[in-house]
Ligand binder design. Structure first.
Ligand SMILES: Nc1ncnc2c1ncn2[C@@H]1O[C@H](COP(=O)(O)OP(=O)(O)OP(=O)(O)O)[C@@H](O)[C@H]1O
Ligand SMILES: [Mg+2]
Length: 377
């Protein structure tokens, strides 16, 4: 959907030429989110602005949906590309509603449709339409202005969206909420998105592809997991951080690390049965479920030793459970919190699905370092 070929921008300044973008090559497929990362001044904004021709490239090509953008009228082109600029850039003399309706009006939408769209978009970015539609930008906080900027870019439903640090000014809690909303919306609308961020965690969470720049050059363009697991050089490794393997936890669902072939007992079973099952499976514990299959607790092998009675009498409460669709970061966090080496997993209906273990998780993450041909994530 977006293809950059040898895209280059040289700015002439009194002090000499600045190469802001140096032969950038990358491809973003239809419906993908690509995040541009890198230190200040490395050329992210310049690259983004060349795509909608707010900056004319010095050389190289940009294709959108297979079409050479050189052959398109820049004004027409920009109407088909949503753009959130780095400094938000709402029109100060227009209300929130008027700001959002700018492009729809240019495209000739009728007013009722455009206003309905403005309301709908405000609701998606967690701003109550009744409270915000008629306000002016100066009556909003920085983060609220930023969200309106995102809504304005989405207004005319463009297939391509360029965003320059769209969530930068929003506090961490609201940022998570807005990122989640954005991902949900993206899942529904499947736009091709290229956005600039300073935040590797944001990139890992949001991106299908990450492009890391240094001094105008694209250093690595890859999936978030490959960037974290296999940085191509020391610069990328430093940039993503020494905790890069921990960051990968966020990319893997509990389901991927699940041991599903786990035996189980019910409270009425006797200890002998529990011990036999643990012996057969070579486990130190066994999970106890109720008649409906919901986890109730567990018994340890050493608690059964030399005892007579039912599993229910000797069972221990589970400190926590984790759902299959949570990420491994959440699972590991619970393991640390409760100081346990394993956790019971439940499916969407709350039924026992198996366990995840610390060993299983370290093995899963470690596998990619041992043999790149056998990656599991
Ligand atoms: N109009 C211009 N004239 C001259 N140099 C420019 C111009 N615009 C940008 N530059 C230079 O090009 C380089 C890249 O700038 P750019 O705005 O693309 O950086 P960035 O990666 O977006 O940085 P930041 O994270 O700080 O926003 C910088 O060195 C900048 O000073
Ligand atoms: Mg910038």
């Amino acid at each position: 959907m977006i293809r950059l070929e040898n895209l280059t921008k040289a700015f002439d300044t009194p002090a000499g030429t600045v190469i802001a973008a140096d032969r950038i090559n990358l491809d973003v497929a239809d419906g993908e989110i690509c995040v541009l990362l890198g230190p200040s001044g490395c050329g992210k904004t310049t690259t983004l602005k060349m795509i909608n021709r707010l900056i004319e490239p010095t050389s190289g090509k940009i294709y959108i949906d297979g079409k050479d953008t050189d052959r398109q009228d820049p004004v027409e082109l920009r109407r088909t590309i949503g753009y959130v600029i780095q400094q938000i850039g709402l029109f100060p003399n227009m209300t929130v509603e008027e700001n959002i309706c700018v492009v729809p009006k240019l495209l000739g939408w009728d007013l009722v449709k455009a206003r309905a769209r403005a309301s709908e978009l405000l609701a998606t970015i967690n701003l109550e339409p009744a409270l915000f539609l008629k306000r002016y930008p100066k009556e909003l906080s920085g983060g609220q202005q930023q969200r309106v900027g995102v809504a304005r870019a989405l207004a005319a439903d463009p297939p391509v969206l360029l965003m320059d640090e769209p969530f930068g000014a929003i506090d961490p809690i609201n940022r998570e909420v807005i990122q989640d909303e954005f991902l949900k919306m993206h899942h529904r609308l499947k736009k091709t998105v290229m956005f600039v961020s300073h935040d590797i965690d944001e990139a890992v969470k949001m991106a299908d592809k990450v492009a890391i720049f240094r001094a105008g050059k694209l250093e690595q363009f890859d999936s978030p997991d490959n960037i974290l697991a296999h940085p191509v050089n020391d610069f990328i490794a430093d940039f993503v951080g020494t905790d890069r393997t921990l960051k990968r936890l966020r990319l893997v669902k509990v389901e991927s690390a699940l041991h599903s072939a786990m035996p189980r007992v019910i409270p009425e079973d006797d200890l002998e049965r529990a011990t036999t099952l643990m012996n057969e499976h070579d486990h130190e514990f066994i999970v106890m479920v109720d008649a409906g299959g919901r986890p109730q607790g567990y018994v340890r092998r050493d608690a059964c030793r030399g005892q007579q009675g039912t599993v229910g009498e000797y069972g221990t409460r589970l400190p926590a459970t984790v759902s299959l669709d949570e990420d491994l970061r959440a699972a590991v966090s619970k393991m640390f919190m409760y100081d346990v080496p394993w956790l019971t997993c439940v499916d969407r209906d709350g039924l026992f699905a198996g366990v995840v273990t610390q060993r299983g998780i370290t093995r899963l993450l470690g596998e990619t370092y041992r043999d790149p041909a056998q990656r599991v994530v």
